[in-house]
Ligand binder design. Structure first.
Ligand code: AMP
Ligand code: ZN
Length: 113
């Protein structure tokens, strides 16, 4: 999608602080971190949000969570972590390209605000 910030980051047109990349996914640090570790995992393919996912995306989602498990292990997040995907206005989604926040290295409150 031409006018999408995360498509531009995935294409390397806008720089990011990259953590991991493969054919289908990119992980990079959030520009406005909400925890000592805060990175985002995005599919390179434009998907608007989790509301657009179907059973056909099962492999993609398995891959997302496997990459998150590996990266959090590498970053020493032994105390645990939280994976969040905001959907739509009420969900607090500001960038309309599916992304998974990964937050770690502090105690996270529940319920979220
Ligand atoms: P959300 O509000 O769930 O849509 O999350 C969007 C996230 O993208 C926010 O946490 C922003 O801080 C982050 N963000 C926005 N622009 C950039 C950027 N250029 N590089 C890294 N993270 C960004
Ligand atoms: Zn996009």
């Amino acid at each position: 999608m031409t006018d999408c910030l995360f498509c531009k980051i995935a294409a390397g047109e806008i720089p990011s602080n990259k953590l991991y990349e493969d054919d289908t996914l990119l992980a990079f640090y959030d520009i406005d971190p909400q925890a000592p570790v805060h990175f985002l995992v995005i599919p390179k393919q434009h998907i608007e949000s989790a509301a657009s996912l179907t059973e056909k995306d099962a492999a993609l989602l398995g891959h997302v969570y496997a990459v998150i498990a590996r990266l959090t292990q590498q970053l020493g997040c032994a105390g645990g972590y939280r994976v969040v995907t905001n959907v739509g206005e009420d969900g607090g989604q500001s960038v309309k390209h599916l992304h998974f926040h990964v937050l770690a290295k502090r105690s996270l409150a529940w319920p979220p605000g």
